[in-house]
Design a protein around this ligand. Structure first.
Ligand code: PLP
Length: 501
């Protein structure tokens, strides 16, 4: 399997190269040339396998330059019961009422967000990739985070030999719990810094650093190189394909659906990584009817899927689902590459995006978008209402990101009346990461208390659910990182952290 740049198909790489590098030198993203296909035998094999075996099988179809032993080793280290307590699989599938609706809880890992599913595996894939391409270099993992990526990446890479990790987060764009998770991070190879700006500033800053030849040269001279743990890294994308296929296999195995029966997949979306993985699963042969793309008030993707016009020139909102507060959805570039099969076309649109903040796709891409996707968005007020209703009607506690998806799914149902097709909704974070807003949504008024931990305790009492261990443990941890900088100063921060200065 070959990977190539979305902006220049002549730039090719094997998966180890793509994972080690993170992003292509021309600023494009690595995409597979073709999609491997799952046969009926594959589906039968997968149905009868456990999660780890499913992951090995699916990853082996993409990581063709890895040996079976190497993949097995990575998977076994990533998805342990110690890191994902509560069952043999790192996820669970919860049926809501007797409705045709399944919440795919992807947040049982060490940081209580779905990103653990990929970020517990990525460090192992990355260190193996570095060995394979014989880069005898320390990888500096540079991360821009809207909240959950930062913590999940820090936890995945902490004390992994041959790596260092530096995380930038927007000062006022993450929840208090998310911030606390990051600034208390342990490990010898970690650094965390706030940015005076929003997520897009942090992400643009990181992207610029990746393509800054001066800093790359400096790092290279002292035996270091950049790599990325953001969702633009192929090694983030591939592990996410697994859980959609796995969830489908479980539904078949439990006789909830028939083999080959179609499902809808609903994903609360920010950088378009998670929903892109569902698109990849569909391309591999998973019977997905519609990919339903759910956004908060930052609804640039809703408009794009409905009209074919991407326009980031709009107000940026800080919402109660901060991990989706994004106006430049990086992974969309991969979708455009697959739909157009043209590097020139994608390069032209990405140029236009960086120059004018806007582009319009061709009619044929508009048709494909309509065919594959349905999109909707949800305000903070409706998000809270959804959390409230789900709790009161079904006694199910969900976080604001998942609530956006549930709300948009209801919009989809009322528009299409497509009730017969079962839906899998990606549940992306533990409600306890957002205790403040979840609690006030349930009570329909703010809950006065000193701190977030008391709110978590109250939430636990009300809902009769356990506070996850990683969140309980936070209350005793020391703050280690108080640094903050302007977006223009990110380069200096990186140089300070590297061996170059
Ligand atoms: C990152 C994140 C999202 C958005 O995922 P993308 O892959 O960026 O679309 C949604 N919900 C939560 C809780 C997240 O952490």
């Amino acid at each position: 399997m070959k990977y190539r740049s979305t902006r220049d198909f002549s730039q090719e790489a094997v998966s180890a190269q793509a994972i080690a590098q993170g992003i292509c030198e021309d600023g494009g993203l690595f995409v597979p040339e073709t999609f491997p296909k799952l046969t009926q035998q594959d589906f039968i094999f997968l149905q009868n396998a456990d999660y780890q075996t499913r992951a090995q099988k699916i990853l082996s179809m993409y990581l063709t330059d890895f040996s079976a032993d190497e993949i097995e080793d990575c998977v076994k280290r990533a998805y342990t019961e110690e890191k994902f307590p509560g069952g043999p699989a790192p996820l669970s599938l919860v049926n809501i009422d007797s409705a045709n609706l399944y919440l795919l809880e992807l947040w049982h890992g060490p940081t209580c967000a779905f990103k653990d599913m990929a970020l517990q595996l990525l460090p192992h894939l990355l260190t193996k990739s570095l060995q394979k391409i014989q880069a005898n270099k320390t990888a500096i993992i540079l991360v821009a985070t809207s909240g959950d990526t930062g913590k999940a990446a820090l936890e995945g890479f902490r004390d992994v030999p041959g790596t260092k990790i530096l995380v930038f987060y927007p000062e006022d764009g993450v929840s208090p719990m998310q911030k606390r998770q990051m600034v208390t991070q342990e490990g010898k190879n970690v650094f965390v810094c706030a940015i005076a700006g929003n997520f897009d500033d942090a992400q643009s800053g990181v992207k610029k650093l990746f393509t800054d030849s001066e800093i790359r040269q400096k790092l290279s001279e002292c035996g270091e190189m950049f790599s990325s743990a953001n969702s633009i890294n192929l090694g983030r994308l591939l592990p996410q394909i697994v859980y959609y296929i796995s969830a489908y296999c479980d539904l078949v195995k439990e006789s909830r659906i028939k083999e080959g029966e179609q499902v809808n997949v609903v994903v609360p979306t920010g950088n378009f990584g998670n929903i892109l993985a569902a698109f990849y699963a569909k391309q591999m042969g998973l019977p997905v009817h519609k990919l339903i793309c759910a956004s908060n008030s930052n609804n640039v993707l809703t408009d794009f899927i409905r009209t074919g016009i991407y326009d980031r020139n709009r107000t940026f909102y800080t919402t109660i689902s901060p991990s989706m507060d994004i106006l430049i959805s990086s992974n969309l570039e991969r979708l455009l590459s697959h739909l157009t099969k043209s590097d020139c076309q994608v390069r032209e649109w990405m140029d236009s995006l960086s120059k004018t903040g806007r582009y319009e796709v061709t009619d044929s891409v508009k048709v494909s978008l309509k065919d594959l996707f349905w999109a909707g968005c949800c305000s903070d007020q409706n998000t809270k209402q959804t959390i409230h209703n789900l709790f009161c009607d079904e006694h199910y506690l969900c976080d604001p990101h998942t609530a956006v998806a549930v709300n948009v799914y209801h919009q989809y149902l009322s528009e299409t009346k497509d009730e017969k097709i079962p839906a899998i909704i990606a549940s992306t974070a533990s409600p306890y990461k957002f205790s403040d807003n979840v609690l006030s949504a349930i009570l329909e008024k703010p809950y006065d208390s000193e701190n977030d931990f008391q709110k978590a305790v109250k939430l636990s009492e009300l809902s009769d659910t356990e506070i996850p261990e990683p969140i309980k443990a936070l209350s005793d941890k020391k703050v280690r990182f108080t640094e903050s900088c302007h977006p223009e100063e990110m380069k200096q921060e990186v140089l300070k952290f590297s061996d170059a200065e």
